[in-house]
Design a protein around this ligand. Sequence first.
Ligand code: GLA
Ligand code: ZN
Length: 687
Amino acid sequence: MFKPLNEKLSKLLHGADYNPEQWLDYPEIFEEDLRLMKLANVNVMSIGMFSWAKLEPEEGVFDFSWLDRVMDGLHEKGVSVFLSTPSGARPTWMSEKYPEVLRVSENRVRHLHGARHNHCYTSPVYREKIAIINRKLAERYSNHPAIAGWHISNEYGGECHCHYCQEAFRDWVKAKYKTLAALNHAWWTTFWSHTYTSWSQVESPAPHGETMVHGQNLDWKRFVTDQTIDFYRHELKPLREKNPNIPATTNFMVLFEGLNYDKFASDVDFISWDSYPTWHDSDDERDIAAFTAMNHDWFRSLKGGQPFYLMESTPSSTNWQNMSKLKKPGMHFLSSLQAIAHGSDSVQYFQWRKSRGSSEKLHGAVVDHVGHEHTRVFQEVAEVGEALAKLEDLTGASVKPEVAIIFDTENRWAVKDSQGPRNMGVHYERTVQEHYQAFWEQGIPVDVISMDRDLSQYKLVVAPMLYMVREGVGERVEAFVAAGGTFVTTYWSGIVNETDLTYLNGFPGPLRKTLGIWSEEIDGLYDDESNAIKLNQNNPLGLTGEYGVHDLCDLIHLEGAEALANYQSDFYQGRPALTVNRLGKGAAYYMAARQKLDFNRDFYRALARDIGLKRVIDQDLPEGVTAQLRSNETTDYVFVMNFSNEERKVWLDQVEYQDALTEQKLSDHLLLKPYGIKVLCRPKVKR
Ligand code: GLA
Ligand code: ZN
């Protein structure tokens, strides 16, 4: 159970991005919006993210009159505000007068004015300009009764290669390595005579320059994260000076790779993210549902389980994905409550009202161009608002998984850049999902964490393709297993350290002892190639039969581990393909080859039984159905969700549940409509 960050955040929020600055020439629209907001059961709006040109129409000339009206009007109607700082897009006059605010691309060409999310985060002028406007916003609104939190910028991302950024990168590198000798060793620059003899020679990667020094690529990405966080801190400073009590966030993006969110997380007071799943992109909705669930779990885990905020989602379709598919009846309610199930304390949309022109005029919104409330989308939005009000006791409730999957951003950068056994795709993200999904289908909650997080609270830790093992991680995994934990990892783990220098003396490096194996070689398989593994008789998990494997096959030697399965073909036929090593009170499993979902399902089901992992509902769930659990001090909320377009019957595991929305008692079983969801309550079970 988590305490609310302030009184405004002590309920589940429902709202949208709202851009009233686009409608200042249509004064009747604001009044109409206030009327519609009441009908849509919303209680929060995120405003101001793209309004710099309306707030500062000329350099040093400010106009807050329209924003005053908006803030006051929303407050009168009981709608609170996430107030944005406007750095996500700048006024044209600024780009014209100070070209240095414009980003320089990897190829060293400076952008022209246009689009958004493309400022230089180092430019002294940009930093000065954003500090001025942020200070003014804070002076005017940080004690306004409507404000619930700061929404800093919008979807930070991307990199700048201008001379200011190069200078800052050199300073960063110098601070990290202290000496050129240390830098040259960490980056292994003797290779191809890339040795640096002066700090001034260090540059960011460029398509027509350096791209091959993997340690350097990694450090550049780390610098981009640090410099973006530094810009965030710079934005926050004047806000904090005026009122230190307003919590702040910046909206993160789905599986975003450009920033290490695990590092960013400690700077924000709460995590928020923007979710746009491609619902209905195939007949089997499990894939996109599990992918979305994994993202929610990742964002929740970034701050140790603290509730996150779903800052944006579409009430119908986007207009930037390949297909602008509408959400089928039920899906909007289901996907909104899915976020709540995984730990969100809000459901918010992009956007409240469709723009009249420009690139997002056809993006889904609560209020369509027709302008009234009599639309399917509006009604479904209103229903979500009604349900969230009924579920208010869930605010701050926690999700406490027994399982963690390691999904690590630096590992992701490194394994994809490494030029290794499979340059046609090592499929890191996909692989992580295929492990995750095996738990999701059983209704077993999961945390998604970086390798630096504390492992001791989990029964099972799964680390697919842990190619990079940073300092201390091998020891922590070993201690976790010795103390009784179960660890599962795969081929292509324990290969490099934090600057992409390989481990000497045998893979999987610092995990070798824990796993009781030595990996001598790894074979890459073309897309149309496969091998198979056969389970040994009487293996301790009781698995039987053969499973196809693909992409990567690791050739290992047993060094204390027991083989549970062997390869079936090629020159490594008969060699171990799945192992377990007992260490202290725990066990460490090694999957030597890339399995498919069918194996992961069977393996993790057997393992869950073996180590006694609790399922949210202690029953097998039908295809497409999952269950998630959030608990406050007294009550377990069990979310049973049907991500299939057919009715499903779900067996219940205890005598009586109560439907949290209808208060109806339920026992024995329940029926879920296509894309149906039920939120059930039971007295809290001690877990
Ligand atoms: C992002 C942005 C929004 C909007 C939506 C459209 O999430 O933050 O401003 O462009 O995409 O889906
Ligand atoms: Zn720059």
